[in-house]
Design a protein around this ligand. Structure first.
Ligand code: SAH
Ligand code: SF4
Length: 350
């Protein structure tokens, strides 16, 4: 017996082909699906807004489908122009996104899950637990809502907000198809970065797709002893297996891997750590992004001294490893992911 679900179909997660099929089943012409896809890609939150559709068609669509959108719950604007959003989703869950202005355009950092299961010790999101995966439409909605609110056009997307993108693999791949679709937002893969804490099995799966996006790997330690302590995922896949997967990824896709390394005073910023890191990455198509760690309430982690940061760069560079210290934007508005939601919801400080 067929089980009939009362839930409406999440229309913005459908690819154009799937939307056309769904419309065909409702005996609607194909061009209507194209029209609706365009509206959805521009961020229409209600069928009522779709002014070039007949009224009865809008009514039919709202019976069959729901549009998952994101509403601005809190907005903070930094002195440097960075905007941090806390968005409310249809079911009341909240996620964070950060809009940043660079010389080469507007970048947005978006979330892929409500919370995260990975439990990294230095991360505000990791310390707040996991609630649920985001749908492809909810990932997309963050970009659309930020564009509509700010009046700016996003040119680069980084999946570096709350959550572990490779732990929500199917929805994230669907989002990538949607956001890069020429009939949709048309943001090319070369303008997209995906950051992972190192889910090795999924890195192999992703390499098969041969996408032109930038893979960022949150390494944050040069050896298992330190990484086991700060990132529980390392107990499942250790550094050696992670680096092997990264080498494979770079080889198969021809794309340079970007390694994230948060410099934490007295934890992972010694000369020995820099040397060990350099030898791990030797000969790989890679770039290291050094980030002075953002202090998070409830942790005892602090940024490395500036002199230490320079020394770390010097050691990596002298060993032929490309690296930069990342400029911190929005530090006055708690732009580091997970911080705003924790504060807003209150009561769940660990
Ligand atoms: N889950 C993915 C992507 C989201 S986290 C990942 O871990 O890669 C985005 C980035 O912020 C990661 O590189 C993460 O390690 C880093 N990060 C988390 N907390 C931080 C903090 N307190 N200071 C600096 N970077 C932090
Ligand atoms: Fe999750 Fe990334 Fe935070 Fe780790 S750093 S807890 S993987 S969001």
């Amino acid at each position: 017996m067929e089980v009939i679900s009362p839930a409406k179909t999440d229309i913005k997660s459908l690819l154009p082909e799937e939307l056309a099929q769904a419309f065909e089943q409702l005996s609607l012409p194909r061009y209507r699906a194209k029209q609706v896809f365009r509206w959805l890609s521009r961020g229409a939150a209600h069928f009522e807004e779709m002014s070039d559709l007949p009224k009865d068609l809008r009514a039919l669509l709202s019976e069959q489908f729901e549009i998952r959108s994101a509403e601005v719950e809190v907005k903070r604007v930094s002195r440097d122009g960075t905007i941090k959003y806390l968005f409310r989703l249809l079911d009341g869950e909240m996620v964070e996104s950060v809009l940043m202005e660079y010389r080469h355009g507007i970048s947005i950092c978006i979330s892929t899950q409500v919370g995260c299961k990975m439990g990294c010790d230095f991360c505000a999101t990791g310390r707040s637990g996991f609630s649920r995966n985001l749908t492809a439409s909810e990932i997309l909605s963050q970009i659309q809502a930020a564009q509509l609110d700010s009046g700016k056009t996003v040119s680069n997307v980084v999946l570096m907000g709350m959550g572990e993108p490779l732990d929500n693999y199917e929805n994230v791949l669907r989002f990538l198809d949607l956001v890069s679709h020429p009939d949709g937002m048309n943001i090319g893969m070369r303008h997209i970065s995906l950051s992972t804490c190192g889910l090795v099995d999924k890195i192999y799966d992703l390499s098969e797709k041969k996408l032109q996006l930038t893979l960022s790997v949150s390494l944050h330690a040069p050896n298992d002893e330190i990484r086991d302590r700060t990132m529980p995922v390392n107990r499942r896949w250790n550094i050696e297996s992670l680096i092997r997967a990264c080498r494979h990824y770079a080889q198969v896709t021809g794309r340079r891997i970007s390694f994230e390394y948060a410099l934490i005073r007295g934890v992972n910023d010694s000369d020995d750590c820099a040397r060990e890191l350099a030898s791990r990455l030797k000969g790989m198509l890679a770039h290291v992004n050094l980030i002075p760690v953002n202090a998070v309430e409830g942790t005892s982690y602090h940024k490395s001294e500036v002199a230490r940061q320079h020394r770390f760069v010097e050691i990596l560079s002298s060993r032929g490893i490309a690296c930069t210290v990342r400029r911190t934007l929005g530090s006055d508005i708690e732009a580091s992911c997970g911080q705003l939601r924790r504060r807003h919801e209150g009561g769940n400080e660990l």
